[in-house]
Design a protein around this ligand. Structure first.
Ligand SMILES: Cc1cc2nc3c(=O)[nH]c(=O)nc-3n(C[C@H](O)[C@H](O)[C@H](O)COP(=O)(O)OP(=O)(O)OC[C@H]3O[C@@H](n4cnc5c(N)ncnc54)[C@H](O)[C@@H]3O)c2cc1C
Ligand code: SF4
Length: 447
């Protein structure tokens, strides 16, 4: 897919990918072998009929293609942009065994963008069942559960603590990977399906547990937004941010445009980002766009980076410097962070885990100057509501324990997405929410 040159894109927040042209999309669709037993569908957690939608693209029936996708996916313009396609649908494409897989994600995005330009049609909604469902959280899990349940005729109210719905899609993933207008258009569809979305409503605080349990069923999709910290000296110094706080300030509160918007963010000449996942990559690329010299420190090797390779490449092209096999041991500063002391690590094969583990190298400390440090080493499940709900079992890390269909230990309460799995992906959250919505529907019809 075409993308804007690094020197240009690093100066703004506009989208990096420019998408497929109509001719490119049709040519790409014509590469599909139309397998009779398509393995790509097995790689898609929401089971889009991929060969059927691609066949319509090849026939230039873009609306037909969109309606095939929408049978199974309420967020195609989002998934087409942020799904880790290389390990999901495209990872299973038979053409990938000897060459390049069909670019399923890019085609999905093309179709969804075309559809948005002409107005997304509202899906058919079943006759009202008279049942009321509360959905807590409006990330990909909550949106998917709400859409599925509304389609089945249930009256759905979504409670969202932030002032804008979308979860990580609006507060975490930056505009240059996922424009907010794209997210807003797909969420607007929910409202057009009759779903009530109440923002600035914190379940477990401004919305009580009794309010929630007064519904016939409750879906929890509150995500994993609780940042982990390193627990090292100096981490409380001003100038140290969790990636979530930094990204929320810029993405959702537009701190990059302070004072036009109310929320500020520190402008640093030199930023150190700690971590190696998608969150770390996003934070580093946002810091670059705010003009900082940015270094990313990761405790393992380049080949161990959990972030998508395409985003690692783009971060490097945009000037993010990488230091591998190093881990911060303390932060320096007199009043504000001034440096990050790191220790070199070496990778040692481990016994049973199969994954080499980083081990500190004695006498290998070094310091990186920094006036901002962003910690992006992972997030845990949001604790507020799940601590208060009676009869919910939680795992060691605070995640809600559910069965394959999202049932919790409470008969009326279901959960899916990051709150159940721990930090994962958009499409896995959606797949889990879909299974939970089906199980909720069965439960509601039995009642
Ligand atoms: C910076 C970043 C980049 C990422 N990049 C990618 C990527 O490229 N591709 C990918 O597939 N995945 C990516 N992910 C992961 C992906 O975004 C998540 O797995 C996904 O959003 C999980 O969806 P969810 O609905 O479970 O939770 P969330 O998206 O976290 O949504 C939960 C929502 O619940 C709300 N909430 C929480 N508690 C309450 C409460 N008590 N009352 C009311 N509302 C509440 C929150 O405000 C939030 O809006 C990224 C994550 C981050 C943080
Ligand atoms: S939703 Fe994600 S996994 Fe499914 S076809 Fe689209 S890009 Fe692939």
């Amino acid at each position: 897919m075409a993308e804007r040159p690094a020197g240009e894109r690093v100066k703004d927040f506009d989208e990096v990918d420019t998408g497929l042209s109509e001719e490119e999309a049709v040519a790409e669709a014509e590469r599909c072998l139309q397998c009779t037993k398509p393995s790509c569908v097995k790689g898609c957690p929401v089971e889009i009929d991929i060969p059927a939608f691609i066949a319509r693209v090849a026939e230039r029936d873009f609306h037909g293609a969109a309606s095939v996708i929408r049978e199974n996916n309420i967020l195609p313009a989002i998934c087409g942009r942020v799904c880790p396609q290389e390990v999901q649908c495209e990872g299973q494409c038979i053409l990938g065994a000897k060459g390049t897989p069909v670019r399923i994600g890019a085609l999905e995005r093309f179709v969804a963008d075309r559809e948005r330009e002409s107005g997304i049609p509202v899906p058919r909604v079943d006759e009202p069942t008279g049942k009321r469902v509360a959905v807590v959280g409006s990330g990909p899990a909550g949106i998917t559960a709400a859409a599925e349940l509304a389609r089945m005729g249930h009256a759905v109210t979504v409670y969202e603590s932030l002032h804008e719905p979308g979860g990580v899609l609006v507060y975490g993933i930056p505009e240059f990977r996922l424009p907010k207008d794209v997210v807003r258009a797909e969420i607007d569809l929910l409202r057009r399906m009759g779903v009530t979305i109440l923002t600035n409503h914190v379940a477990g605080s401004s919305v009580t547990v009794d309010d929630l349990l007064s519904h016939d069923a409750v879906f929890i999709g509150t995500g994993a937004g609780l940042p982990y910290f390193m627990g090292i000296p100096g981490e409380n110094l001003p100038g140290v941010y969790s990636a979530n706080e930094f990204l929320t300030r810029v993405n959702l509160m537009r701190a990059d445009r302070f004072p036009e918007y109310d929320t500020p963010v520190r402008h640093a000449g030199r930023v150190v980002v700690v971590g190696g996942g998608n969150v770390a990559m996003d934070a580093a690329r946002v810091a670059r766009r705010l003009g900082a010299r940015t270094t990313l420190v990761y405790r393992r090797r380049r080949e161990d980076l959990p972030a998508r390779q395409v985003e690692v490449r783009r971060a490097e092209e945009e000037g993010v410097e990488f230091i591998f096999c190093a881990s911060p041991v303390r932060l320096l500063g007199d009043g504000c962070v001034e440096g990050v002391v790191c220790q070199r690590m070496e990778m040692c094969p481990t016994g049973g885990s199969g994954r080499p583990e980083p081990v500190p190298v004695e006498g290998s400390l070094f310091t990186i100057d920094a006036d901002m440090c962003i910690v992006a080493i992972g997030q845990g499940p949001n604790p507020l509501l799940v601590r208060m709900l009676p009869g919910i079992s939680r795992g060691e890390r605070g995640n809600v324990l559910v069965d394959d269909e999202g049932r919790t230990a409470h008969p009326k309460v279901f959960a899916a997405g990051d709150i159940a799995t721990g930090a994962a992906t958009v499409i896995l959250a959606m797949g889990g929410a879909k299974r939970a919505a089906r199980a909720m529907d069965r439960m509601l019809r039995r009642k």
